[in-house]
Design a binder for this molecule. Structure first.
Ligand SMILES: Cc1ncc(COP(=O)(O)O)c(C=O)c1O
Length: 398
């Protein structure tokens, strides 16, 4: 047997390796504190679970679902956008529920890229933008997100010959992993670029609901002309703690939505209907848990940023999202630093280079960690620093 060439370019997903390392440590009886994956530690709110259980009892929900989802779900998604961002959507043409945003993010590349086509992908970024591009036979051209540019892409710096070959541009704000937010001015400039060069825009807005200090998120769809050129992905994973149920959505340009629906109708057989019912409840039911949760994430964010800064790791204070992005000590690469923390004090952070070449020199810490573990993890980080500076000689994990 010989695997297809594309498999040579497709590494396992970033967190597969990190999860394997954690399991190895745990198997040896070591206690590991993980600031790794962004998977909310809070449970799905009870009213959503109740609806899910009820819906699971209904025989109509035991059958194959439609790829395009229940009309009630599409309408709930459209109303949610209207209420949150003042954006009007046609629930039949401009809305498509997904088996989690990640699923749609990877599959949309099949709709937009022919082999050899260029996709403009931020660096660092959530890895599926690159992986979808590779699966479609396309070529990623990386848009550096640097501290000097506040982790926003420099659109003027994209060479003309690249713009001629580009079919798709990826954006993601609030941003994973850097925690940066964007404003409508960036989105407007992206719409102009897309119009000028006939490039489709895909904006990943998975973190718009996780906000701090009163920050008001914006949607790409609020931009004049957005629907003409692009779509926006959202997820119920982070705001309603539904990572395990796998549900998200994409909205915007009708032609792109129709194409993705066609791909999906040939690939999957829809989202289990009981989960769709739970999603309707999430989007239309009480929203108070989000505010409470954000207040808890904000407290965690402050503790993490303070600790990292006191260690000289130059952490940024994010206005939104689930992550703190911090610099590694200059004598380490991000992987060396990550390995050292795991070996020395049993703390998992994600190496920035896992998000692209420009992520080198940084690590990402997720705030989705129970308060007690977070406090334990931060005191271990302090112990690591003390040990490195010669204040504590004893090995931590003995
Ligand atoms: C930027 C970004 N988009 C999308 C997702 C995935 O969302 P979902 O769980 O809906 O697939 C994640 C998950 O971490 C993410 O960080």
């Amino acid at each position: 047997m010989k695997l297809a060439k594309r498999m040579e370019k497709l590494p396992p997903y970033l967190f597969v390796e990190i999860t394997r390392k954690i399991a190895e440590k745990k198997a040896k009886g070591e206690d590991v504190v993980s600031f790794g994956i962004g998977d909310p530690d809070f449970p799905t709110p009870p009213h959503i679970i109740n609806r899910l259980c009820q819906a699971a009892q209904e025989p109509a929900n035991h059958r194959y679902p439609e790829t395009v989802g229940l009309p009630e779900l599409r309408r709930a998604i459209a109303s949610w956008h209207q209420n949150h961002f003042g954006v009007s959507l046609d629930a039949d043409k401009e809305v498509l529920p997904l088996i989690g945003a990640k699923e749609g993010i990877v599959h949309i590349a099949l709709c937009l890229l022919d082999p050899g086509d260029v996709a403009l992908v931020p660096d660092p970024a959530y890895p599926p933008y690159t992986m979808g591009t590779i699966l479609a036979g396309g070529k990623p051209y990386y848009l550096p997100l640097t501290e000097e540019n506040d982790f926003l892409p420099d659109l003027e710096a994209i060479p003309n010959d690249i713009l001629k070959q580009a079919k798709l541009v990826w954006l993601n704000y609030p941003n994973n992993p850097t925690g940066t937010v964007a404003d409508l001015d960036l989105f407007q400039r992206v719409v102009s670029l897309a119009r000028q060069h006939n490039i489709a825009v895909c904006h990943d807005a998975a973190y718009t609901e996780v906000t701090f200090d009163g920050y008001q998120p914006v949607s790409f769809m609020q931009t004049e002309g957005a629907k003409e050129v692009g779509v926006e992905f959202h997820s119920l994973s982070k705001s309603y703690n539904m990572t395990g149920w796998r549900i998200g959505m994409v909205v915007g340009n009708a032609e792109m939505i129709d194409a993705l629906g066609r791909v999906k109708s040939n690939l999957d057989s829809g989202i289990p209907q009981a989960i769709q019912c739970a999603a309707i409840e999430a989007l239309t039911g009480p929203q108070d848990s989000i505010k409470e949760q954000n207040a808890r994430y904000q407290r965690r964010r402050d503790l993490v940023v303070d600790k990292l800064n006191s260690m000289g790791l130059q952490a940024r204070l994010p206005k939104a999202g689930l992550y703190v992005w911090a610099k590694v000590p200059s004598s380490y690469t991000s992987v060396e630093f990550t390995n050292d923390l795991l070996e020395q004090v049993g703390v998992v952070v994600t190496p920035g280079v896992g998000y692209g070449k420009r992520g080198e020199g940084y690590v990402r810490l997720s705030l989705t960690i129970a308060d007690a573990s977070l406090v334990k993890g931060l005191s271990r980080l302090a112990e690591w620093r003390d040990r490195k500076s010669g204040l504590v000689k004893k090995a931590y994990l003995t």
